[in-house]
Design a protein around this ligand. Structure first.
Ligand code: NI
Ligand code: MN
Length: 228
């Protein structure tokens, strides 16, 4: 059994029987976050892209835990330059880690990291298919709707889809509902909303609209977990 806890925004903590994987751990500066970076215990950190609201507290958390960062080649190289251990991957590639399998998927978005002085190139943004204990979780990353989600759904039995709904930077609600249909996901959980005023959409509308196409979605409160 795997437990997934919502950390707020696009951040989740995935816990298997043996390992803990933090995904896009943006806590410092996240008005909805309920835990401090020091509270995160993990073996791996999976990053979808290089934006600050996804890289977040990666450097501190990785150092605290001696955790390995899994990300695209450009982000992995940057992490190594910060003194971290990283495993570089790229879109379309899968790798079997001790906790399970990760495959990076496309995502239509940007990926630059703003240091305050310059914008560092962080490769292409990605989503991730994470298979742990025979259950596949799809974290879409930040993305607009794309038709290949249909292919992702055909080739994978998705137990849980984590989908951005906040609009402006990513899919909005109606596109995310279409994504649930394309993915044939058993359960969808909305993310990347409410953190900032510009993405303050009502997740109840997403739940209702997903229900109207005969699919299931549920809201995870920050700090709340579900078991797969
Ligand atoms: Ni982004
Ligand atoms: Mn984002």
């Amino acid at each position: 059994m795997a437990d997934i806890t919502f950390l707020g925004h696009a951040g989740f903590l995935l816990q298997t029987q043996t390992h803990s994987i933090a995904i896009d751990p943006f806590l410092t500066g996240n008005p909805l976050a309920k835990v401090k970076p020091d509270a995160i215990k993990c073996d791996y950190i999976l990053l979808t892209h290089g934006h600050g609201d996804h890289v977040g507290d990666t450097v501190a958390i990785a150092k605290n835990n001696n955790a390995t960062v899994i990300a695209n080649y450009e982000i992995a190289t940057w992490c190594e330059r910060q003194g971290l251990t990283a495993h570089a991957m790229h879109i379309g590639g899968a790798f079997n880690f001790p906790f399970g399998k990760v495959k990076l998927t496309i995502a239509h978005h940007g990926s630059g990291f703003d240091t305050g002085d310059e914008m560092i190139y962080m490769g292409n943004p990605a989503g991730a298919l994470i298979t742990v204990e025979d259950k596949t979780i799809y974290h879409a990353g930040d993305t607009g709707l794309f038709y290949d989600m249909k292919l992702i759904g055909e080739m994978n039995d998705i137990a849980l889809a984590l989908l951005p709904i906040g609009d402006n930077f990513t899919m909005g609600i109606d596109d995310a509902v279409k994504a649930v249909e394309f993915l044939s996901a058993k359960l969808a959980v909305p993310m990347h909303y409410k953190t900032f005023d510009i993405i303050d959409v009502n997740p109840d509308e997403f739940i209702r609209k997903v229900g109207s196409i005969g699919k299931e979605a549920r809201i995870l409160q920050v700090g709340e977990s579900i078991s797969l």
